[in-house]
Design a protein around this ligand. Structure first.
Ligand SMILES: [Zn+2]
Length: 435
């Protein structure tokens, strides 16, 4: 009986650990493959790569190869409490002239800005004479010491950053920002994510528990440490079961936009929400619910948001009214293409210098949320009109956005397929983690 029990338990145990092992492999392996295949490789068509002109990019494998090919390079990670003298000794530098120079020359001073975790490198001859000492300061300057004539010389230049990509995904449980924080998505990338999808998703009113996102974005690193983020290259957002995808694509150099997998531009003729969706304004409506009314009751949409939240032009157009307007309080009206116009009410204030007759572009800040006029709390009253009559914009088929022509789509397709594969992989990893 006792023996039987042990026998019957054993297979269950080994099954359990085998499953755990498989899961771990499923999570770890595809990511490694991904990084090897795409992590630092160039992404898509050359003209679609956005590189800021101030930095020269150096791909990481190139850097590693260069170091490996050259004999006697050593590198040390700076530890807390390290001195430059101790580091130079650990780097195998046995060169009194070099040590004297580094100790006394004012140009070598930045070498003393030691930060734990950063890397310092040296190249020496077999008997320890210094050929090159290299260190990138926290400010991003590469300090290099080399022999010159009978002495040494210090060179200081902006360090070369390696361009790579990062993949992050998350599921919304309480709020979008809680989810992006948990996914460790940088705020600047979160801002881009919202901006990409806000033509399709009303972030103030339509986010649901269980919504999820995946993002592929550019990163710039120095010595393996992320220095800054670049553009989102691809993203997806599943909102209330509806999956939206976006891929950055430049049809001509410098003329890029986000497109759906069908090649339709995600830039819509009208924003879903004129109120900027931010860490502060998100979730505000929950605390301020009583002010929300049915659209039918007063022919507008109310967006509860803290006083001072930025209000943006819903579309390109011309300002036709700025000022006090009865129950609307401080209000702005904008005339758009065709017979469309929009009205923004109860504002706390206007963007400085805003006046009637001024041209505005979609997304321009025009004013700030307030509670002027007949309002019981801070909110934006937003009206969407056709030929002067209020309509519910969510029930309209608004003008179509730009679509890639067949020739462009043929170039776009392989690139978007590759991005889609990345995002699918991310989603699988996220699912495995949630299991
Ligand atoms: Zn209202």
């Amino acid at each position: 009986m006792y023996e039987n029990q042990i026998l019957s338990e054993k297979p269950a145990h080994s099954q359990g650990s085998a499953r755990a092992g498989w899961l771990a492999a499923a999570v770890a392996l595809p990511l490694m493959v991904t990084f090897a295949a795409y992590g630092v490789a160039e992404f898509g068509p050359r003209e679609s790569i956005h590189v800021t002109p101030v930095t020269t990019t150096l791909e990481a494998p190139e850097l590693v190869a260069r170091i490996a090919d050259t004999p006697f390079w050593r590198e040390e990670v700076i530890r807390s409490g390290d001195t430059l003298g101790a580091l130079i000794a650990r780097l195998g530098v046995d060169d009194d002239a070099a040590k004297d120079f580094i100790r006394t020359d004012t140009a070598a001073k930045p070498l003393y800005e030691l930060h734990p975790g950063r890397v310092i490198r040296a190249q020496t001859t077999t008997d320890g004479h210094l050929l090159q000492l290299s260190y990138v300061t926290a400010a991003g300057n590469q300090i290099t010491v080399r022999p010159a004539g009978s002495g040494f010389r210090v060179n200081q230049a902006p360090a070369e950053m390696a361009r790579g990509t990062s993949f992050k995904s998350g599921v919304i449980h309480s709020s979008l920002f809680a989810a992006t924080d948990r996914a460790e998505l940088p705020d600047e990338v979160t801002r881009q994510l919202i901006s990409i999808f806000e033509g399709e998703i009303d972030f103030h009113r339509r986010l649901r528990k269980g919504d999820r996102f995946g993002v592929v974005y550019e990163t710039y690193t120095l010595d393996g440490q992320e220095q800054k983020t670049g553009r989102i290259l691809a993203a997806e957002f599943v909102n209330a079961g509806r999956k939206l995808s976006a891929v950055w694509y430049e049809s001509r150099p410098g003329d890029g936009a986000y497109y759906s997998l069908k090649g339709e531009s995600l830039k819509k003729s009208f924003l879903q929400t004129p109120v900027e969706f931010s860490r502060v304004s998100s979730g505000f409506s929950m605390r301020f619910h009583p002010i929300l009314k049915e659209w039918r009751a007063h022919k507008g949409i109310d967006y509860a948001a803290p006083t001072g939240t930025r209000v943006r032009a819903a579309s390109d157009g011309t300002v036709t009214f700025v000022g006090r307007k009865g129950a609307y309080g401080n209000a702005i009206e904008i005339k758009h293409q065709g017979a469309y116009s929009t009205l923004y009410g109860h504002l706390n204030g206007f963007a400085s210098g805003l006046r009637a007759g001024q041209r505005v572009s979609q997304g321009d800040i025009i004013g700030f949320v307030g509670s002027t006029g007949r309002a019981t709390g801070p909110h934006l009253h937003y009206e969407f009109k056709i030929a002067g009559n209020q309509v519910d914009p969510s029930k309209l088929n608004l003008p179509k956005s730009r679509t890639l022509d067949p020739r462009e789509f043929a170039r776009f397709r392989p690139y978007s397929d590759q991005m889609q594969a990345q995002l699918n992989l991310l989603a699988r990893v996220e699912l495995a983690r949630a299991d």
